[in-house]
Design a protein around this ligand. Structure first.
Ligand SMILES: [Fe+2]
Length: 331
C-alpha cells in the first residue's frame, strides 16, 4: 500500500536520512534499524516531555490521526482506506466515540459562509485589463484593509489565533495577489505595517535572501504565513542555563506558523531568493518587553527595534531587494 507523505513528514524523513544512500530510514542510536519497541519508547519520551500524564504510544497517534481526519471532514470511506481498516465498522467506532458539535451541519454551514465571505472581501475583484490579458491569476491584488478588518473581527472569536491562522492561510494561498500588492524591489519608505493597536499588529515583511533575524522573542502570540520563498525557523526554549534548541522548522510558501507568547526563534531565509510573509501579532510588540540573544549561551538583552530594522535594511539593500533612491543630479 502506498501512503502519501505530507510535506512536513517528508522533511522529517529527509532529516532522518541525512547523507545516507542505503540502509533503513529510521535507525536507533547504534545505527541499527529502529524496531517498534524503540519507536514506542521515543513516543512515550516525547509525550512525557510535552507534559502528558496519560500513557501515550504509537497507537495513540494512530487514533489521533483517525479522529482528526474525521473531525476535518474526510469521508469515512477515505479514512478507512488511510487507516487500512478492513471493516468500515472499525473506523465508525472511532466516529461514535466522539461528540463533536463542530461537525454538526449548523456549524459547518456557518463556518463555510463566514469563510466564503472573508475570501470575497480579502481580494479585490480581478480587473478587466488583467482578465483580457489572460494572466492566470484568479484574483486581483490583496486587499490589506479588508484583511486587517477580518483579523480585528477574528479577535472576538473563541479561538482568535485559529481564526486568524485560517485568514492567513487563505491569503497566502493566492501569492500572485500578494505580489501585486507588495511589489519588489521594496519601497524603502514602506515599513510593512498595515495596522497597529494595543490588541493586534498586522504587517507584511519581505526578508532579503541569506538573511538571519538573530535569536529573539515577541512576548505575544504570532501567526506567520509565508507567500514567497521559505523561512527556516530555529526554535528555542529558555532553560535555567541558557537556550535549548528545539530544532529547525521550515515554513514553505502557503504554510503558516503559529507561535505562542513564550516562543523564541531565529529566522533564516533561502540563500538564493527573498522570502515574504504576512505577520499577525496578538498584541503590540512595539511596546511589549522583548529580548534578543547573541547565542544559545548568551544572556538575553533588550530587543532594539531600530537596530533590527537597520540590520534588515542593510541586507535588503545589499541584495537588491530595495534600491537606493534616485538622487537628483547636481549640475
Ligand atoms: Fe520573530
Amino acid at each position: 500500500m502506498t501512503i502519501p507523505l505530507a510535506p512536513r513528514t517528508e522533511r522529517a524523513v529527509d532529516l532522518a536520512v541525512g547523507e545516507r544512500c542505503a540502509g533503513p530510514i529510521l535507525c536507533d542510536r547504534s545505527g541499527a534499524r529502529l524496531d517498534r519497541h524503540g519507536a514506542a519508547r521515543i513516543v512515550r519520551r516525547i509525550a512525557r516531555r510535552a507534559g502528558s500524564v496519560k500513557r501515550v504510544g504509537p497507537h495513540t497517534l494512530r487514533h489521533a490521526f483517525i479522529t482528526a481526519a474525521l473531525d476535518a471532514g474526510v469521508p469515512l470511506r477515505d479514512v478507512q482506506e488511510a487507516a487500512s481498516h478492513a471493516d468500515p465498522r472499525t473506523t465508525m467506532h472511532y466516529d461514535r466515540t466522539r461528540v463533536s458539535l463542530d461537525r454538526h451541519a449548523t456549524y459547518i454551514v456557518s463556518t463555510f459562509i463566514a469563510g466564503a465571505s472573508r475570501q470575497q472581501e480579502m481580494f479585490a475583484p480581478r480587473s478587466t485589463e488583467r482578465a483580457v490579458s489572460g494572466q492566470s491569476d484568479r484574483m486581483g491584488p490583496f486587499d490589506s484593509d479588508a484583511f486587517v478588518q477580518s483579523c480585528i473581527d477574528a479577535l472576538a472569536e473563541s479561538d482568535p489565533a485559529g481564526a486568524i491562522g485560517e485568514l492567513i492561510e487563505r491569503a497566502v494561498s493566492e501569492p500572485r495577489s500578494l505580489e501585486l500588492a507588495c511589489p519588489v524591489p521594496v519601497d524603502l519608505s514602506d515599513d510593512g505595517v498595515m495596522h497597529l493597536s494595543k490588541e493586534i499588529l498586522v504587517c507584511h515583511a519581505i526578508f532579503p535572501r541569506r538573511f538571519q533575524t538573530g535569536i529573539h522573542n515577541h512576548s505575544v502570540g504570532a501567526i506567520i504565513g509565508v507567500w514567497s520563498g521559505y523561512e527556516d525557523n530555529y526554535l528555542f526554549e529558555e532553560t535555567g542555563s541558557g537556550l535549548r534548541p528545539l530544532g529547525p522548522h521550515r515554513v514553505e510558501t502557503g504554510q503558516i506558523l503559529v507561535l505562542g507568547a513564550d516562543a523564541i526563534h531565529d529566522v533564516h531565509t533561502p540563500p538564493t531568493t527573498w522570502s515574504a510573509a504576512l505577520h499577525v501579532y496578538l498584541g503590540d510588540i512595539s511596546t511589549a518587553p522583548r529580548n534578543v540573544w547573541a547565542s544559545v549561551d548568551s544572556p538575553p538583552s533588550e530587543f532594539n527595534g531600530e537596530q533590527q530594522e537597520r540590520h534588515r535594511a542593510e541586507g535588503a539593500l545589499a541584495t537588491g531587494l530595495t534600491v537606493e533612491p534616485q538622487r537628483e543630479a547636481h549640475t
